[in-house]
Structures are given as C-alpha cells and as structure tokens.
Design a protein around this ligand. Structure first.
Ligand SMILES: [Zn+2]
Length: 362
C-alpha cells in the first residue's frame, strides 16, 4: 500500500484546479504544491535522521504483527528523539506540539516521541502503547484526504483572505473532516470535525491489540481519579472496585483501568503506582459503549479505514441509537473535557448512566 502519497478528494466532481475563477484555481494550485513540497521534505528528514527503532525492535515487531493479523496496514513507525520530532514537525508545517506530546501520525509516518521521563518510568511499554495508538491513526488507504465541498468553494471565493490562514495549516486524515460554518457576524469559520471518532478509534485499536498481545498493563488496585485541567474528572477503575459510569455528584466519568496507556507498580516501599492516561482513552471507551449498543459498529469503523464511504454506516448506527447524537459527537474538540462530555452523551443515549464500571483484573 502506498501511504506516502498526498491525496486530494474533490467533492461533487469539482476539481479545484479547474475552478471557474482562475484566481481561486491559482491559489489552490499554489497551496497544494507548497504542501506537497513540505510533505516531501518532512519524509526525507524523518527517513534520513538516525532513529531509535533498533532499541525497540521487539515492541515494533509486536505492533507490525498485530496489525498484520487484523488485515490492517500501517504507515512506517519511527521512534525519534524529542528534538528531532520538533524539527520534523517544523519542516512539515504542523502546528507546534507541546512538550508532553507522545506521538503523532502525520505525512505518512507514525512518529513516536522518546520522552526520557516516561521511558524511565514505563520502558518498552511506553513505546509499544504509543506506537499502537499512532499506527491506529495510519490505517487508511491514503495518507491525507482533503475535502472541498461546493459550499466551501463558495466560501473560499467570497473570503479568500481567510483561506491561507485556515486551510494551509489543517491536516486531515482518517475520519477527520474539514468543514466551514457561519460564525459571528456571518463570517465563515473553519472546523475539523470527528476528533472524538478518530482519537477513540486509534485508542481502541491500541486497547484491543494490547489485550491480544497479553500486554494488559498491571491493573491498578482500587481506582484512580484524574482531574481534567478544564473541569471534570475521569476515574479509572481497577480491581476490587466498581463505580457508576456517570458520577454526577463528583462530576466524574468512570472507565475500566485497562484503558490506561501504561501502569507501573511501586518498586519499593517509598514508591507509588505510576500511570499514564490520555484523552483518547475516554473516547475509546465511548466507542466501546456504542459498539455494545450496536454490535458491529467498531467492525464497521475498521471497514471504513479501507473504504471511507463505509463511515456512513457508522453514522447510521449512531443515529439509530439516538437521532442527533452523531452531530453532537462530531463537534467535540480534542480535550479531556469535551471527550468526557461525549462519554456522558453516549451514556445518556444508551441508558447506561448507572452502569457499574469495573475492571476484569489480572
Ligand atoms: Zn491520537
């Protein structure tokens, strides 16, 4: 499978290069060729920079093996020093990522960021869990898809000044979808939709594959509550304990501890449990609940990675659970607070608010 190619999908038969207005067509052409150049330079940099893959050959072969067993093909996984990741993203024109970024799938490569602190705490488990998640993002036939709808083209024509700013920084892949809406004072504003589905899918792939590899992390005893910096909190429920899915009193949602990225038991009397959690795990549990309500939904998502049109079947299933639910989920942003809201919506729509969440344990 060729994954390093940049694909542009043109909605409703309009090829942007053939836009009736030559000025607009020219702008599109410039934008696309600039972008192709950046992608090429990014790939050349990543492929020629000494990577750390040889140190984690065991983990990487587990990742490749588990995807192959599921018939899912993935982009190359590259483990880099943090400074090389930062440089690669700069070359590729991605938004700057914060220090706690652990990995990214972009421009045909699944990059894993070798953060020394996390590596010190979790070792190879850290690489494995990140590589599984990032590879989950890369399971689609084309690296990137960019959609231009008729409406978008109309907006672009009317507000050309805004095009450069928004479109050129937007990286669309997987289930993500770029769209415009009318914001304040009738001005168009750009959005990337479906972040809940894309992150939830990649992370659920990670959770499933870790379980298949028998690499379930050591499950924490009891439970652990992680407050969000933007309000709300997530309770990871381990062995010997259950918790209601929605705990209204404490503004909290519960998730089985198997969804944690990494856990490490105390190594001495003075030590404590170390855990690594992520926002996508909240969305991943949401997708599990949707799949429980409509069995086959996750399988349809996997199918949609090969045939993006099949995502319509996923939407149909979600709309059958509760009309309007898809639209609400599709608009959530990539934050712990928004993903928690998504999980709460799903719990409400499936009547599972009081479901007792627990862990199967070791
Ligand atoms: Zn992700």
């Amino acid at each position: 499978m060729e994954v390093s190619q940049v694909h542009h999908t043109y909605n409703e038969g309009i090829h942007v290069n053939q836009h009736p207005n030559p000025e607009i067509a020219g702008k599109f052409n410039d934008m696309l060729s600039d972008e192709e150049k950046r992608v090429r330079e990014f790939q050349e940099f990543v492929d020629s920079t000494p990577n750390l893959n040889h140190q984690y050959e065991q983990e990487l072969s587990m990742v490749r093996g588990s995807f192959a067993a599921e018939g899912m093909e993935i982009a190359p996984i590259v483990i880099l020093h943090p400074s090389d990741v930062a440089r690669a993203l700069e070359i590729g024109g991605n938004d700057p990522y914060s220090d706690d970024t652990r990995g990214i799938y972009t421009h045909g490569r699944s990059l894993v960021y070798a953060n020394p602190v996390s590596l010190g705490l979790f070792g190879g488990d850290y690489i494995l869990s990140n590589a599984l998640h990032e590879s989950g993002h890369s399971t689609l036939p084309a690296d990137r898809t960019r959609l231009f709808s008729k409406d978008t083209l109309a907006v672009l024509g009317a507000h050309r000044a805004r095009v450069d700013h928004h479109v050129s920084v937007t990286d669309i892949s997987g289930f993500l979808k770029f769209s415009w809406s009318t914001g304040e004072a009738g001005k168009p504003s750009a959005h990337v939709r479906n972040k809940f589905y894309e992150e939830g899918f990649a992370d659920l792939v990670r959770v499933h594959m870790e379980a298949k590899l028998g690499r379930q992390p050591s499950i924490i005893p009891g439970s652990l509550t992680q407050p969000n910096q933007d309000g709300g909190s997530v309770r990871y429920v381990g062995t010997g304990k259950t918790s209601p899915l929605i705990d209204k009193k404490n503004g909290c949602v519960s998730i089985p501890a198997e969804y944690l990225d990494c856990t490490m038991p105390p190594t001495g009397k003075k030590d404590r449990w170390h855990v690594l959690s992520s926002q996508p795990s909240i969305a991943a549990y949401g997708i599990t609940l949707l799949d429980e309500q409509s069995p086959g939904l996750f399988a349809d998502m996997v199918r949609a990675r090969k045939d993006p049109k099949a995502f319509a079947d996923v939407i149909k299933r979600i709309e059958a659970i509760q009309p309007g639910l898809h639209r609400k989920l599709s608009r959530l942003d990539y934050t712990a607070r928004d993903f928690q809201t998504g999980l709460e919506m799903i719990a409400g729509a499936t009547g599972q608010e009081s479901k007792q969440v627990g862990s199967v344990g070791p």
